[in-house]
Write a protein that binds this ligand. Structure first.
Ligand code: AMP
Length: 494
């Protein structure tokens, strides 16, 4: 396939798959003057609402696929379970970016891990499993604990079982329903990160900053950029992404998920998964970068120059799962929240309904509207009985996010809540709230120097601690026995 020339605005981009990723791709394409034709078997596809043309057909429907191919100038896909044969059929007609190879490699966990091993990219040790004898052999070689996963069609933790002891093997195998599987050694990671990278039609490469990901019930809950990793670890992530993109002769955006393991004072990366498409852990780029992962994917596949991947803000992306999106009216009132809803007709438990980005601009932005500090997760801190007012005042000053009424669904007695959307800090007085000396709950802050100045002026001890590449980080002992961590990126990366 000859390299595509830059497609002029007005051209039509074909998207296989009609979920929220297709929807956000189509929105980004429209901003650049393109039209999108979305192909999906689901008549209620979220991407249909924002597409110029739609085809409702199964991916195996050759005549529908050929008609679609005849209508578009370039095609892409937005989820990796599209039939490889369908993509190959399209590739005979027109450029498909990225191509069938990336799809074939990534939709089977065994080929994915084998591909990475051939590139000398570290992954969890793994072995193919088809039946009980091969599982027993794999357990003997890899050692437990390990994770059994179906080779295909698993996502968001579905089709997985952890095996801690040999007598759990039979039940784990049963959960795979005879599907060909893979056993992976269980990695005791410190954190999970991902990198969103993009390769242009001319081979140009660009990388977004790695984000730190927290999962709940196997589903991505938050992605925070920057990730709390060393500078060398971020460089390793970029190098691995480059190796993978070049090996696949890839065009477009890719998402690569890693486990970060600390070894002494060094960090090591293990690739967990590659997703040959825009990725949920890159949704923060919509509001914290001037060119999002969606626009960069469109630019790449249309043969345009890549846009900047520079991050202008610290950011926390929180997925809205199931009924969480019912809070849209409250989120819409939150000046710190950039709300994205996918327009899905039906709310189901575990279904991704939307997401919220909370950004903190490096330049201070409209200071009054940006939280001074953003809690990385829901944080619970101890507050001794009788000192509630003092604790409230301390955290109100530190966080700069509003105090809210006790959420109705919480049984907890006492305490107070600071909340900016999902980012909650709960100061509790009841049993079970231990001072946070060991956990060091972390807050990302916009202006560390100003905060430290204010804390010093208030007589609160601040200890400058453990340099971390890319960050200034201090520990603060609050007056109630909690030690918390405040971190600010040293400079926006070029
Ligand atoms: P996956 O569907 O492969 O992305 O796995 C979902 C989640 O399960 C990951 O984000 C990890 O939190 C966890 N997980 C998967 N594989 C492993 C492994 N080999 N070791 C430890 N945790 C894992």
């Amino acid at each position: 396939m000859p390299a595509i020339k830059a497609l002029p605005p007005g051209s039509t981009i074909g998207i296989l798959g009609g979920g929220q990723l297709g929807r956000m791709l189509a929105l980004a394409a429209a901003r650049l003057g393109f039209r999108c034709h979305v192909f999906s078997p689901d008549p209620e596809s979220p991407a249909f609402d924002v597409a110029a043309r739609t085809t409702i057909a199964e991916f195996g429907d050759t005549s529908a696929l050929l008609a679609f191919g005849g209508d578009v100038d370039v095609a892409t896909y937005e989820f990796e379970n599209v039939d490889v044969a369908a993509v190959e059929r399209l590739e005979a007609l027109l450029p498909v970016r990225p191509g069938a190879r990336a799809l074939a490699v990534s939709q089977d966990r065994f080929s994915e891990k084998s591909f990475l091993r051939d590139l000398d990219v570290a992954t969890a040790a793994f072995a193919e499993v088809g039946d009980r004898p091969s599982l027993d052999r794999a357990i003997a070689t890899l050692a437990l604990p390990a994770v059994l996963k179906t080779r295909r069609l698993g996502y968001d933790g579905k089709g997985q079982a952890v095996i801690r002891w040999a007598d759990e093997a039979a039940a784990a195998l049963e959960r795979m329903h005879d599907a060909p599987s893979i056993l992976e050694h269980f990695i005791a990671f410190q954190r999970e990160i991902s990198i969103i990278a993009v390769r242009g039609a001319d081979g140009a490469l660009a990388f977004y900053d790695p984000a730190e990901n927290v999962h709940r019930n196997g589903i991505l809950h938050t992605s925070t950029a920057p990730a709390r990793i060393q500078g060398e670890t971020a460089a390793d992530a970029r190098a691995i992404a480059k190796t993978i993109l070049s090996a696949l002769d890839y065009i477009g955006v890719i998402g690569i998920e890693f486990f970060v393991v600390s070894e002494g004072d060094k960090e090591r990366l293990f690739v967990n998964e590659i997703a040959p498409r825009v990725h949920n852990s890159g949704h923060w780029t919509e509001d914290a970068c001037s060119v999002s992962q969606f626009e960069n994917h469109i630019r790449a596949i249309a043969g345009w120059p890549l846009g900047t991947t520079r991050r202008h803000s610290d950011v926390v992306m929180t997925n809205l799962i199931g009924g969480e999106a019912d809070d849209w009216a409250k989120l819409a009132k939150d000046p710190d929240a950039r709300l994205h809803l996918y327009g899905k007709r039906e709310t189901r438990p575990g279904r991704k309904m939307g997401h919220v980005n909370r950004v903190n601009r490096f330049d201070g932005g409209p200071a009054a509207r940006v939280p001074r500090a953003v809690a990385l997760e829901h944080i619970q801190l101890a507050m001794p009985e009788g000192r509630e007012a003092e604790a409230r005042a301390f955290y109100a000053g530190l966080l700069g996010i509003p105090e809210v009424e006790k959420p109705a669904n919480l049984k907890a007695r006492g305490g107070c809540w600071f909340q900016s959307g999902e980012l909650r800090v709960h100061l509790g007085v009841e049993n079970g709230f231990r001072p946070a000396r060991k956990a060091h709950p972390a807050f990302l802050v916009g202006d560390l120097a100003a905060l430290v100045h204010a804390l010093n002026a208030g007589g609160h001890p601040v200890r400058i601690e453990e340099p971390l590449a890319g960050f200034t980080r201090v520990y603060v002992d609050d007056p109630f026995g909690n030690r918390i961590e405040l971190m600010q990126p040293t400079a926006p990366r070029k």
